[in-house]
Write a protein that binds this ligand. Structure first.
Ligand code: PMP
Length: 397
């Protein structure tokens, strides 16, 4: 039976990792993989996470099931982090939290929830978007469409985006990246979010906001502007939050599906559906990452340490963005690449062509995705002069 099943190509990023590992160039630079890196190129366990884990090992008394919504304390700490401690949505008890296996798990729950409960509603994704968005909604059987996000000059195409949003049929779902847009790094300004809200209200769209990088852009509160604006000004919304990046617990698979409804009664209705979706997928979410997040956010000292470490990470990334543009100055390319310092998060659409990306890899051992997406966290004070010189070489022909 199995012999008729064809092999599919592996993940492009995994191929890139393998090629990077096999490259013997001592100056090689990895700008491909989507994880945070410190100045030494490592993705360390955050100090607050280590402390919380030590405490958990000491104090854990059971490994019994935690239920389809996860640990109830998880929602109690994640909801105020995402929606704001003083959120009117929380005061009105119209937000439900379901702990999920990572942001990906939360997105799949959202996709299944839409497929089961909002039949006939299609989803609209930015072009480009995180490639897994396509697979997740296809797998759940939700029909996808696109809205433009980047123009031919490699800049945010907000006019194009808004024009398409205005054509979306009433009731369809629009997926928005809360901050640190993956793969482009182009985020909406507050004024642009305000305009998106107007269209969402006018067309009665259902916003699904993917919040995978809270704290990686401008700050924990600042990055939530669009999320909170929409949550507070529409009846129904879906938010998928990930703790992978901001707590550095990638492999612990920790995320949250947040369903916001018109009122508490309606919230309890949709919440009951989310539990069924979770049960049918994996029954209960993994507990460990959630327990770490609860421990950190409930303890003022640990919370303070976590916040300052997150600030260090964010400032390192934003500093590297500025340093990169500075390093291009000697080649007269600083103006052409000034937008890199304005983008946010780990990723940048550099505007480099696939051919230029290939040359960087073959001639300089610098690895990035062929779309020209670079992980800025792969830059370092040591490698920036080398990377700048290589980019100047391929850009100038
Ligand atoms: N959404 C976006 C835009 C992402 O970039 C990612 C992670 N790369 C996710 C969701 C999923 O994150 P997680 O690792 O928590 O599943």
């Amino acid at each position: 039976m199995f012999e008729q099943i064809a092999r599919v190509p592996g993940d492009a990023i995994l191929g890139l990792i393998e090629a990077f590992n096999n490259d013997t160039n001592p100056q090689k630079v990895d700008l491909g993989v989507g994880v945070y890196r410190d100045a030494n190129g490592n993705t360390p366990v955050m100090r607050a996470v280590k402390q919380a884990e030590n405490r958990l090992v000491e104090n854990e008394v059971t490994k019994t099931y935690i239920g389809s919504h996860g640990d109830p304390r998880f929602g109690k700490v994640v909801l105020p982090m995402v929606l704001g401690a003083e959120s009117p949505v929380l005061a009105a008890n119209r937000a439900s939290a379901t702990q999920a296996p990572g942001g990906t798990g939360a997105l799949r729950l959202a996709a299944d929830f839409i497929a089961s409960n909002l039949k006939g509603r299609d989803i609209w994704l930015s072009t480009p978007t995180w490639p897994n968005h396509l697979g997740i909604f296809d797998a759940a059987g939700v029909t996808r469409h696109n809205y433009p996000y980047v123009d031919e000059n490699n800049r945010l195409d907000f006019d194009g985006m808004l024009a398409t949003l205005k054509t979306i049929p009433e009731g369809d779902v629009v997926l928005l990246h809360a901050c640190c847009h993956n793969p482009t790094g182009f985020d909406l300004s507050r004024e642009q979010w305000d305009q998106v809200l107007e269209v969402v209200q006018a067309r009665k769209l259902l916003p699904l906001i993917d919040f995978a990088y809270q704290g990686f852009g401008d700050g924990l509160e600042e990055d939530a502007y669009g999320v909170r604006l929409l949550a507070e000004n529409v009846d129904d919304a879906i938010i998928t939050s990930s703790c992978s990046k901001n707590f550095g617990i990638y492999c612990e698979r920790t995320g949250c599906l947040i369903l916001i409804a018109k009122d508490e009664e309606s919230m309890l209705d949709v919440r009951s559906q989310a539990a069924i979706t979770a049960r049918e997928n994996y029954s209960n979410p993994p507990a460990h990452g959630g327990a770490v997040v609860i421990d950190i956010l409930e303890d003022d000292t640990l919370r303070g340490e976590w916040k300052s470490e997150l600030t260090e990470m964010r400032e390192r990334i934003n500093g590297l963005r500025r340093d990169f543009v500075e390093a291009l100055k000697p080649y007269g390319l600083d103006e052409q690449f000034a937008f890199i310092a304005e983008q946010r998060g780990m990723f940048s659409y550099t505007g480099l062509s696939p051919e230029q990306v290939d040359r960087l890899r073959d001639e300089f051992g610098i690895y990035m995705v062929r779309s020209g997406r670079a992980n800025v966290a792969g830059f370092s004070t040591e490698n920036l002069p080398y990377v700048a010189k290589a980019i100047a070489t391929v850009v100038k022909g």
